[in-house]
Design a binder for this molecule. Structure first.
Ligand SMILES: Nc1ncnc2c1ncn2[C@@H]1O[C@H](COP(=O)(O)OP(=O)(O)O)[C@@H](O)[C@H]1O
Ligand SMILES: [Mg+2]
Length: 242
């Protein structure tokens, strides 16, 4: 469904993403992990059209989408969430979600109906009339998810939707993400914390300093010495094995 090949993106002299490749098949939940600053968000932004890659190719559903703007990629069925959530503060949750729905329909009633359906999917049915400003961190994360879902994606790119949540809120989001996949949406998700990914993803990619250093099942990844060192520092894998 998604094929990223040799993607690079630099900011000045910094190679934030360095020849990274990944694939996502229809129906999968795939994880993308890596230490802070590894380039995960930059890779997402490039895939979703927010950054023009310096090199590499992105194919979605068999079509080359490299260099297309975000709204065209969204219309093709791929949408990302933002790590830093910015709901519109002075409008309601319903209206915030409708902003996403309007990318799929121009009809106000259809957009409102879509917003309500999606709110139910993410457990926000009771909060539709609250203002964006009044949401907790967990509420903002759910709203971000809802806004993306309202665009009607086939592939959803989730950027750290669990960051800042407590264990109860995390297990609720995990259940919501599983249900979204059950509804037929393929998911590629960034998580900083390995454990959160383990319960969701069939396959995990590891990015470190812009480079893809590993790919495998969560169990394979947890045992990969290169991955352990990327997280804990040089020599860590040897120390842990001793
Ligand atoms: N718009 C930008 N301009 C300059 N540098 C950036 C920009 N976005 C990210 N970076 C840098 O690129 C690197 C990767 O950042 P990012 O993709 O946000 O990593 P991650 O999401 O894995 O934490 C970091 O060193 C970050 O400071
Ligand atoms: Mg990030």
């Amino acid at each position: 469904m998604l094929e990223v090949a040799g993607l690079s993106k630099a900011f000045g002299g910094l190679k934030a993403v360095d020849e990274a490749s990944l694939t996502v098949d229809a129906g999968e939940i795939v994880g993308l992990i890596g230490p802070n600053g590894a380039g995960k968000t930059t890779l997402f932004a490039a895939i979703a059209g927010f950054h023009r890659p310096d090199a590499g190719r992105i194919a979605f559903g068999g079509h080359d989408i490299t260099g297309l703007p975000p709204h065209k990629i969204c219309a093709a069925g791929m949408v990302r969430t933002f790590q830093i959530t910015q709901p519109f503060a002075k409008i309601t949750v319903r209206e915030n979600i409708m902003v996403g729905a309007y990318l799929a329909t121009a009809d106000r009633r259809a957009a409102a109906a879509k917003a309500e359906a999606v709110a139910a999917q993410v457990g926000m049915a009771d909060q539709l009339d609250q203002n964006g400003a009044d949401l907790t961190v967990a509420g903002r994360k759910r709203l971000e998810l809802a806004r993306a879902l309202a665009t009607g994606p086939r592939l959803l790119l989730l950027d750290e939707v669990m960051a800042g949540l407590n264990p109860t809120e995390i297990s609720e989001i995990v259940a919501i993400i599983k249900a979204i996949r059950q509804s037929g949406v393929t998911i590629l998700l960034i998580e900083h914390v390995m454990q959160a990914v383990t319960s969701l993803a069939e396959r995990v990619y590891v990015l470190n300093q812009g480079r893809m250093i590993a790919e495998g099942t969560p169990a394979e990844i947890a045992e990969n010495p290169q991955v352990v060192e990327a997280y804990l520092g040089h020599g860590a894998a040897k120390v842990l094995r001793a």
